[in-house]
Design a protein around this ligand. Sequence first.
Ligand code: 13P
Length: 249
Amino acid sequence: MRKPLVAGNWKMNMDQNDVNAFVSEILDKISANDVDVMIAPPALFAAGMQKSFGDKIRVGLQDISAHDSGAYTGEISAEMAASASIQYAIIGHSERRTYHSENDHLINTKIQSAIKHGLVPVYCCGEKLEERESGNHKEVVISQISEALQGFSEDQLKDLVVAYEPVWAIGTGKTATSDQAQEMHEAIRNCLSELFSQAFAEKTRILYGGSCKPSNASEIFSQPDVDGGLIGGASLKVDDFLAIVEAAK
Ligand code: 13P
């Protein structure tokens, strides 16, 4: 069966003092459980946090470069992340698509880079409000996935995590209903089955993201095709984040 994953995406929040306080509080409060827990802080803090967490919590990056090294000012490669014991990379977040013009072709090369260096890609997809309102939401997401995962073998993607994040639900307080989430997660799993195989689709974790919080996490996570969450705002407070981890058990 699929082991749930609850991942925090801190985005551009928290300074060094906040990080120190968060790390010691969560290490105090987290209990061993059947849920994988990952946090993606601003890259500056990632290696230090992974050292402090040991095996208890995995640390990820919020983005990686499509390149291994060279004259790419400001970028961080999958190779560098792996050398600092980072195991996950969020790729294709809608904020990267919107503010940095990332498209599924570039995202495909970033996934290649993650795989080459042994990072677990957390591939983000999701429709905009107007796409949902016009009834095209499934087509949009299926086409994002088909392009982003084009050219890979099932074996290369064996650790892939897909995060469905409807853009209209991110940071808005407006969550998808559990039915809307389930409908899309099922469509994503069917798409993975068509692109690869049913066995692959059945073992791939699909997370929900978008205004997920302690009060709605249990209901969303109870859907059969929802395998955990990618949490923004509610991952910044230890108690809220751990309550969501609990809800995924
Ligand atoms: P919020 O949980 O703040 O809506 O953010 C979701 C998200 O974008 C996680 O990647």
